[in-house]
Write a protein that binds this ligand. Structure first.
Ligand SMILES: Nc1ncnc2c1ncn2[C@@H]1O[C@H](COP(=O)(O)OP(=O)(O)OP(=O)(O)O)[C@@H](O)[C@H]1O
Ligand SMILES: [Mg+2]
Length: 235
């Protein structure tokens, strides 16, 4: 592991019954960095985020965070250590207000110096604070899900397709928010299918296919890589 790695994933495998969803994934995210994670549907991106955030234990391999072996820690333990994530499909407490949703997350956090009002203002949700979360549109629900993750004051934020389903204007807004969080010192692993968005918020990308990484480097270089082209455009 390089000395500035905040997160290291080493040889991580995950099987569901007889199906091997991850086949030995290796990646590192340096402290303060933002790594993109790209790959076709079913290539294992969300499974990897589920393992790093503690929802699943890997079948083999290790997860290191801040130099510590955190393999198999549970989600609340990872959250207390400073790792939280957004969900590909956000599931806010629909009958609670926007404010209450963030407060619930704050209540579960041991770390937080963040305040609900600051989080809502940062995400442009202040005017919606007293609305039921179930009445929000897709973009607002995604921002609220990000707010729930921010309430735990993460050092490492795992972002799972925050851009999916957003309008171009909302995508630009969300990219700005992520970049502001990064300037604040939050390290990120960003799963995304939208390459324009990914280019705005990450330095380098890992490309996955069928549960293994096939490329690491600049997004522009990925688009020229024969293995990556093969996977995305088909043989
Ligand atoms: N809990 C589970 N039980 C069984 N199979 C699973 C489970 N979670 C994921 N899988 C399978 O593992 C593979 C990887 O799924 P995953 O959701 O990680 O893909 P993904 O890269 O995030 O795809 P997408 O881009 O569509 O979100 C898929 O074949 C999926 O069906
Ligand atoms: Mg996914």
């Amino acid at each position: 592991m390089s000395s500035d790695a905040l997160l290291s994933v080493v040889g991580v495998e995950k099987s569901f019954g007889g199906f091997q969803a991850l086949r030995g994934v290796n990646l590192e995210v340096s402290k303060g960095g933002a790594l993109g994670l790209v790959g076709p549907n079913g290539s294992g991106k969300t499974t990897l985020i589920n393992i790093i955030s503690g929802i699943y234990a890997p079948t083999a391999g290790k997860v290191r965070f801040g130099g510590q072996d955190v393999t198999g820690r549970l989600p609340h333990q990872m959250s207390h250590l400073g790792v939280n994530r957004t969900f590909q499909v956000p599931k806010p407490f629909g009958s609670l207000t926007v404010r209450q949703n963030v407060e619930v997350a704050l209540g579960h956090s041991r770390r937080s110096g963040r305040k609900t009002d600051d989080i809502l203002a940062f995400l442009d949700l202040a005017e919606l604070a007293d609305r039921e979360a179930g009445s929000l549109n897709t973009a607002q629900q995604k921002l609220l899900d990000l707010g729930r993750a921010l309430a735990t004051d993460p050092q490492l934020l795992l972002v799972d397709e925050l851009g999916a389903g957003l309008s171009p204007a909302d995508l630009d807004l969300v990219a700005e928010k992520l970049n502001a969080l990064r300037r604040d010192g939050i390290t990120m692993l960003v799963v995304e299918h939208l390459m324009g968005f990914l280019g705005k918020v990450t330095d380098d990308v890992v490309v996955m296919n069928a549960g293994a990484e096939i490329f690491f480097g600049k997004l522009e270089a990925a688009a020229q890589d024969p293995k990556v082209v093969e996977v995305f455009l088909g043989g």
